[in-house]
Design a protein around this ligand. Sequence first.
Ligand code: NAD
Length: 304
Amino acid sequence: MTGGAGFLGSHLCESLLARGHRVLCVDNLDTGSLGNIEHIRDAAFTFRHHDMTEHLTIDEPVDFVYHLASPASPIDYLRLPLQTLKVGSYGTHNALGLAKFKRARFLLASTSEVYGDPQVHPQPETYWGHVNPIGPRGVYDEAKRFAEAMVMAYHRQQGVDTAIVRIFNTYGPRMRPHDGRAIPTFIRQALENKPLTVFGDGSQTRSFCFVEDLVRGLVLLAESGEHLPVNIGNPHEMTLLELAKAVVVATGSTSEIVFEALPIDDPQVRQPDITRARQILGWEPTVDLEEGLRRTLAKVTIRV
Ligand code: NAD
């Protein structure tokens, strides 16, 4: 697994180990950390410090390549624009080359950002998106779109067994308090009893999936024979203002809510159409926001 020391990757490592797999976690620790995986004490688990933009050699056989390596939070990819483009292009090329060489099934962690600021709502996989290639977010959105194109080329031209998952906003334990994404930011602010900073007027919508549901969907897709993109996310849509209020309630905080300028190219709406995930994988989320926030807060060890 590339990006295995990140937020999603570390949960996926645990899930695969629990299913009896051996896991080689490859990560350059750009945005992930050893702290996310240091609790994993399992002879079937190995960590390799490696940058996926460089060629990777593995001696053992490989059955699955889960390619998650990429900065994922806007705060990270705005700070690391070239690294984001490189890991989406060279990094995906190297990971696909490995899958081809090992005759392994390959899964690309793509993103709902390939839809950009969508003109179709909710977003089905057949919608091609509305992305600004030259805006500051283009480094992430276009890297993932390029990565998807490369995955399909390896599949069509080289016969690699590939899958693409379009992940929608996911949250859970181990998100960094300062990673800039809405839920960890609101939780940090609420626990400090500081104002929760909502962008714009808070009417923009998102749909938040608990990490356990997401990881279950990823494994189901990897173990299926599907090649075309599949959305995995929670279709329950809410405004950012509703989310901020839910975090205040879940934390019992006395924080007020304040409003700040909307970032450039911030999507107005975001909601997955999960018809294909339901039909092909029999997957749908089971953890609602209240429960997911409770389980996330239970793991917050550092009161920041
Ligand atoms: P994360 O930043 O916590 O994890 C990404 C990991 O990739 C980190 O451990 C980082 O060090 C590693 N990495 C980055 N560049 C690398 C490189 N060149 N070589 C090796 N490792 C590298 O982010 P996350 O939220 O866990 O996201 C994981 C994947 O899922 C990403 O591909 C992201 O685009 C995708 N995704 C996540 C979400 C979400 O809501 N969390 C939504 C859509 C897509």
